[in-house]
Design a protein around this ligand. Structure first.
Ligand code: SF4
Length: 488
């Protein structure tokens, strides 16, 4: 994934606003981060750091003194380093993006061919601009590709529309021009949000709405799908209107959005309470509510779903294990798998009196690959739990996301539900995904009990798609449910 923040004021330095505003997006990415500022006298200044093992603030606090300007942007990225500085016929500008380009190779080939490929000499390369810089992985930086697509047109608005039209995937874009203006574009189907905040002496753009309220900006508007705006310190000019079709990502609420964020007016924390309540109510109606001592959430995003479940089921909420966070930054990701497992294990601390001899029901935000959950269950049994029941706050995930850069594996066969279907029925099973996804059908029940057995739970339940969508509460057509249905 990734997140971004940008601000422009009438003259006051925005360095601290952008520093803290960007930091508030740290839950959205763990790879790299960047800050870029524009100053009327000094032009652009920029830094990019790897944040794999060190939090954003620690990495950038020593850079603060060298930044100046009343306009700036920053991003947290799970993929390519950014923001990038670009020089083109549109001027010099800084650009950052969030999204995924599934057809990058095709777009790069096309662009190179248009520019005179194949080349015969170095002079050809320079004269025809038929090159892309590549990262050490050999891949073209997605943001550079987006910039190349924008540069094909004679205005930012047209260029952004051109990029969004030809990209297979999704792409939200933020640009800072050499006039000290910000241009923000939400991806064509609004899979991820873009908020505009307005303060006394400036305006800002942000993925997360809460990131700017602490900085003195109030919510001004949330961009519609595909909408493009230009921001100065005082004006918000619409460069392209929103489209009428939206497919906002359902996982913003159930998993990766921050609790105090609102998307399309729906708060994340409250959605999770409602979702947990609706799961418990469905079990009360079906008579499947297990007799447990405590209801608990798998930290962090499982917790509010569990609070809702506990409230409706009238089973006591507890935290049978807690994470030791003071010295383990969320992003700490050692390369070695065995060290990673060790880190995961060391982070989890049992509260012995809440586990030993107890019957526990855990709610997790989702069950994706199942690896970590299996370890959690083993850990609970090792710690003396009598029973462990598991509930997933969303239906079984059947399809990998192809619209966002979501770090959960690229193949459908990485998904636990799909692997189990393969085990149960072989290739034939994948023709009946819809049935498997519905826990009330024969195949659905079969999948449920196979996963339950595989992961060693005493019982397993999934939220239904209807229950999830009701908890979000938006018009169903506006919410992306591709992960579960495979329907775009
Ligand atoms: S496919 Fe899933 S993760 Fe991707 S945008 Fe849709 S709901 Fe979100």
């Amino acid at each position: 994934m990734g997140g971004f923040f940008g601000a422009v004021t009438t003259g006051r330095s925005v360095v601290l606003d952008v520093f803290f505003g960007t930091d508030y997006h740290s839950h959205l990415g763990t790879n790299s981060a960047g800050l870029t500022f524009w100053d009327k006298e000094k032009g652009f200044s920029k830094e990019i750091h790897n944040i794999t093992n060190t939090p954003f603030r620690t990495k950038f606090e020593n850079d603060l003194y060298k930044f100046h300007g009343n306009c700036g942007i920053g991003c947290i990225s799970d993929t390519d380093p950014q923001p990038l500085l670009v020089r083109s016929q549109l001027g010099v500008y800084a650009i950052m993006t969030i999204g995924i380009i599934n057809n990058a190779a095709e777009l790069i080939d096309k662009r190179l061919r248009e520019k005179g490929y194949p080349v015969k000499s170095l002079l050809d390369i320079v004269q025809n601009d038929n090159q892309f810089m590549v990262m050490s992985s050999g891949k073209v930086n997605s943001t550079e590709l987006v910039a190349a697509l924008i540069n094909q047109e004679d205005s930012f608005a047209k260029g952004i529309k051109n990029a969004q039209k030809v990209i297979d995937g999704s792409m939200s874009i933020v640009i800072m021009t050499d006039k000290g203006e910000l241009i923000a574009a939400r991806d064509a189907l609004g899979r991820t949000p873009v908020h505009i905040g307005r303060g006394e002496d400036g305006q800002c753009i942000s993925f997360e709405s809460f990131a700017y309220t602490k900085l003195g900006y109030q919510s001004y508007k949330e961009l519609g799908p595909g909408e493009v705006v230009k921001l100065t310190a005082t004006e918000c000019e619409q460069l392209a209107p929103p489209g009428d079709k939206m497919k906002i990502c359902a996982f913003l609420w159930s998993y990766y959005g921050y609790p105090n964020s609102d998307y399309e007016g729906v708060n994340v924390e409250l959605m999770r309470y409602h979702n947990g309540e609706s799961m418990a109510q469905a079990e009360i109606d079906m008579g499947t509510l297990p007799d447990v001592d405590y209801v608990a959430g798998v930290p962090d995003s499982g917790v509010p779903h569990a609070i809702g479940y506990s409230t409706r089921s009238r089973k006591t909420f507890a935290r049978p294990f807690v994470k030791y966070t003071p010295t383990w930054p969320r992003s700490f990701m050692p390369g070695d798998q065995s060290v990673r497992n060790m880190v995961a294990k060391m982070k989890q601390l049992p509260v012995d009196k809440l586990i030993r001899g107890k019957k526990l029901l855990f709610v997790d935000d989702s069950i994706v690959r199942g690896t970590q959950l299996r370890e959690t269950v083993e850990f609970l049994y090792e710690s003396g739990a009598k029973e462990v029941h598991m509930r997933s706050a969303c239906p079984p995930i059947m399809y990998s996301c192809k619209f966002l850069n979501f770090s959960r594996g690229n193949s459908d066969m990485d998904l636990l539900a799909r692997r189990m279907i393969q085990e149960l029925e072989g290739d034939e099973g994948h023709k009946h995904i819809e049935e498997y996804a519905d826990a009330s059908t024969k195949r659905g029940k079969c999948l449920l009990s196979a996963i339950c057995e595989k992961l060693g739970f005493d019982s397993l339940g999934y939220q239904s798609l209807d229950g999830l969508l009701d908890s979000i509460g938006l018009d169903r057509e506006k919410v992306c449910t591709y992960c579960w249905t495979g329907k775009e």
